[in-house]
Structure formats: structure tokens, C-alpha cells
Write a protein that binds this ligand. Structure first.
Ligand SMILES: Nc1ncnc2c1ncn2[C@@H]1O[C@H](COP(=O)(O)OP(=O)(O)OP(=O)(O)O)[C@@H](O)[C@H]1O
Ligand SMILES: [Mg+2]
Length: 434
């Protein structure tokens, strides 16, 4: 019995001694290598951070780098300014030209808020959204907060609507801008969880790319959409621009993706009319574009409200009418009656496809008919000065198209007679051919 207790005491003492020696050994190791351990830990944290930034395609710029790219935020590089700050064109060597948005120092509460918001934004990528490339955050609460975006070269939709520098859009470009803008907004709504509500859809936030495709900007300067059980709306203070603000949202403070649909509806009306949201020029009675355009569009007529610059070219009025009427559905007072952004772009795309198919068919029919006309027998020409005429028949050719094509041949006819709706027949008096 005594032997047993002696043995267990020795074991206990032995174990204790081993533990103390091991602890001492570990402490010595740590003491000797502590600097290296710290360095490796910091390297790991930094690499993890870099990887995160890489994954979000985000780069943290140095203030000096941005200053150099924008010639110290010079007037020459200033592109425009808005509620959140100034936008500069920056030249970043191999990275090319980028847009630098220098936010007002009080735009975010802290640098930490700013960085979090920026990281969230970097995850949102779509060809119809202006891509965030990186950021730059100064030190201290009021340090410079700068966002670096891809540079969109063709100005904003607002520039085209007000005709800045003589800019204007053809009817096809207007439809293309509408479709691509709707795709970008639809991605914010449906391609992210929680969905992102833009809150400030307006022409200056729709930038125009090289191929006249829309790129939505400033979606980062708003808060993300609803999440959790009740995903239909979030209650928040009213933000947005007068004229584009959804009255249902203003009345209830319930924000949903359908408020963006309302703002987009106003833009569709502007695209076909080229009119400001509220015309204060004195040319028209001061009223909101919706009140002004609704009676015309409801009775299926677009001619009286069409942008005058569209009258200078061949305009597909049917497509413009479709776009206007879709705009009216987007601005319905009851949000639930509005279409989603995905539905909007799909409807526009289908209408454009129909319009293009029709145009192609018209062109082919016109070419076929003109081909037939050029094969007319030689005797139909009046070489002897005799008074005789030939007859040509064109199928499925619109009157306007026919005139344009004939003009290009310097060809005139005194006698023009429409026989059927889609079949045109006319006589050519040989004497009248110059
Ligand atoms: N990524 C970009 N590429 C090219 N130009 C841009 C870019 N972002 C903005 N701009 C230009 O800078 C101008 C100012 O933009 P900013 O967003 O600061 O103001 P805003 O859109 O006019 O008003 P708000 O601040 O209310 O959005 C815009 O009109 C646009 O033409
Ligand atoms: Mg903007």
C-alpha cells in the first residue's frame, strides 16, 4: 500500500516537471521567435485582405496616385459635380482612364463605414452598371474619401436630353439605352441578395457607353434593399430627386424595387418626348411630364408629344408609342400594378425585335421590287421622244421608303396611285424622267 502511494507521488511529480519544462521551452521559443511570428501573422492578415480585394476586383489607391492622375484635382480634369462630390477624369498609366469621384468629406460617418460600403459595392458587377475599380480613404475622420470607377466615355443621358454640345439620340439608340438601362437596374434588383434599390434613377445617373449602351451609376451611394422575413419593403427616410420620386414611397416611406420602376417610367417618357420632368421654360403649361403625356398615350397617339429631333429622321413611331405606354405602366400610382424591371426590358426587347424584323422585311421587299424594276425591257425608254409610259408594281413598300429610294436615283413620277394597303402601283411618264 505504501509502495503504491510512493509510486503515484513520483508519477505526479514527474508529470508536473515535464509540464513545467515544456511550458518553459515554449515560452523560450516564443521569446526568441516572437518578432518572426508577429511578422508572419501580419503577412497572413494582409494577404487575406489583398485576396478579398482581389476577389472583389478592388484596388486601394494611394492619395498621391489619384492626385497625380487628376493633376491634383484640376479644373481641366473636372467632368462634373453632384450632390455627393466632384467627378474627375484621371489618367492612371497602364490602367488607362478612370473616373475619380471625390466625395464630400462628410459623406460618410467614418472611414470604416466608407470601406464597408465600398467592399459591398465591389461585388456588384454587370455590363450595364458602372464598375467600381477601387477606392482611396484618407486618414482621420475627415480624410479624403475617393471612389475610382471605370470611365464612361459618352456622357450621361441628361446630356442627350438637353442636347448638350448638339448631342441627340436616334429612335433606335433611345430604345437601346432604355433596354440596357433596364437590364442594369434589374440586376441590382434581382441579381443581388439582398436586392439593391437604387433610389436615385434619373438621366444624369444613366451614363452612355461607347456602343450607346447604358451604364447605371451611383447605385453605391444608396443603402441596400430589404432583407429578412418581410422582403417586400424597407422603411427609411425619403431620398431621391424631385420629379422622379415615387409618390407612393413618399406617402408611406415604404421603399421597394418598384420605386425604381416608377423613376424609370419617367425616363421612358423623357426618352420619347425629350422634355424635362417639369417644363418651366414657358413653352408648355407647367405640368409634370406624366400629366402632360398621359392623355396622348392613352388614346394611342404619340405624334404630338414626340421629341422634335426625332422628326428629322425616319422614326418608328409605333416603337415610341410602345415605349411611352410602357412608361405609363411603370408610373402607376399603385406600386403592385407596375411591371418589374426584368419585365420592362423583356417587353422592350421583344418590341424592338418585331420592329427590326418588319424593317428588314420592308428592305428586302423594296430591294426585290427595285431589282424587278431595273429589269424592265429596254423599249420602255423613250429614245425617239415618243409619248409612252411603263408601269412598275412594288409590294410591301411603305410610301416614305419608296420616295427615299427613288430620290437616290434622281427619279420622279408625276403620277402616283396607291391601289392597296401593302401594294403600291404607279405609272411613270417617260417624258417626266429627267
Ligand atoms: N464613371 C463615370 N464616367 C464618366 N463620367 C462620369 C462618371 N460618373 C459621373 N460622371 C459624370 O460626372 C457628372 C457628375 O456626376 P455626379 O454623379 O457627381 O452628379 P449627378 O449625377 O449630376 O448628380 P447626383 O449627385 O445627384 O447623382 C455626371 O453628369 C456624369 O456626366
Ligand atoms: Mg450621379
Amino acid at each position: 500500500m505504501e509502495n503504491q502511494s510512493f509510486l503515484s507521488n513520483r508519477l505526479l511529480i514527474g508529470g508536473l516537471a515535464i509540464t513545467i519544462v515544456s511550458a518553459f521551452f515554449c515560452a523560450s521559443l516564443y521569446w526568441f521567435f516572437r518578432k518572426r511570428i508577429y511578422a508572419n501573422l501580419q503577412l497572413y492578415i494582409k494577404q487575406k485582405g489583398d485576396l478579398d480585394e482581389e476577389r472583389h476586383r478592388l484596388r486601394q489607391y494611394k492619395v498621391e496616385e489619384v492626385q497625380k492622375a487628376t493633376q491634383n484635382f484640376s479644373k481641366e480634369c473636372l467632368v462634373g459635380s453632384g450632390a455627393y462630390g466632384n467627378v474627375y477624369k484621371g489618367f492612371f498609366g497602364e490602367e488607362g482612364t478612370l473616373a475619380v469621384k471625390k466625395l464630400h468629406t462628410d459623406s460618410y460617418v467614418s472611414n470604416e463605414d466608407f470601406k464597408n460600403e465600398v467592399k459591398l459595392l465591389a461585388k456588384v458587377t454587370h455590363s450595364n452598371l458602372v464598375q467600381l475599380r477601387g477606392f482611396c480613404s484618407g486618414t482621420g475622420k475627415n480624410g479624403a474619401k475617393i471612389l475610382v470607377y471605370e470611365y464612361v466615355s459618352n456622357g450621361s443621358l441628361l446630356d442627350y436630353l438637353i442636347g448638350k454640345g448638339g448631342r441627340s439620340l436616334t429612335w433606335e439608340q433611345r430604345v437601346n439605352v432604355a433596354i440596357t438601362a433596364a437590364k442594369g437596374i434589374a440586376h441590382l434588383h434581382e441579381g443581388n441578395k439582398p436586392s439593391i434599390i437604387h433610389r436615385d434613377i434619373k438621366p444624369s445617373n444613366i451614363l452612355i457607353g461607347e456602343k450607346f449602351q447604358a451604364k447605371i451609376s451611383d447605385f453605391g451611394l444608396v443603402k441596400t434593399g430589404p432583407s429578412g422575413d418581410d422582403e417586400s419593403h424597407v422603411s427609411t427616410q425619403v431620398k431621391g430627386t424631385l420629379g422622379y420620386l415615387d409618390p407612393a414611397y413618399c406617402a408611406t416611406l415604404h421603399l421597394s424595387t418598384l420605386s425604381d420602376v416608377y423613376s424609370f417610367g419617367v425616363i421612358l417618357l423623357q426618352l420619347i418626348t425629350g422634355r424635362p420632368v417639369v417644363d418651366t421654360s414657358g413653352n408648355q403649361p407647367t405640368s409634370h411630364i406624366i400629366d402632360w403625356a398621359t392623355p396622348h398615350l392613352e388614346k394611342g397617339s404619340v405624334g404630338e408629344i414626340l421629341d422634335a429631333t426625332l422628326l428629322l429622321e425616319q422614326c418608328n413611331t409605333e416603337m415610341m408609342l410602345k415605349m411611352g405606354q410602357l412608361g405609363l405602366r411603370c408610373v402607376k400610382k399603385e406600386p403592385k400594378e407596375r411591371p418589374t424591371m426584368t419585365r420592362v426590358w423583356k417587353e422592350l426587347q421583344a418590341a424592338l425585335y418585331r420592329a427590326e424584323t418588319f424593317k428588314r422585311e420592308q428592305k428586302m421587299a423594296s430591294e426585290r421590287s427595285l431589282g424587278k424594276a431595273s429589269q424592265l425591257p429596254a423599249h420602255s425608254r423613250n429614245d425617239d421622244g415618243d409619248d409612252y409610259s411603263c408601269s412598275v408594281s412594288l409590294n410591301s413598300v411603305g410610301l416614305q421608303r419608296f420616295q427615299v429610294e427613288m430620290d437616290s436615283f434622281s427619279f420622279q413620277s408625276r403620277n402616283l396611285r396607291c391601289l392597296e394597303l401593302d401594294s403600291l402601283s404607279f405609272d411613270i411618264d417617260a417624258k417626266s424622267i429627267s
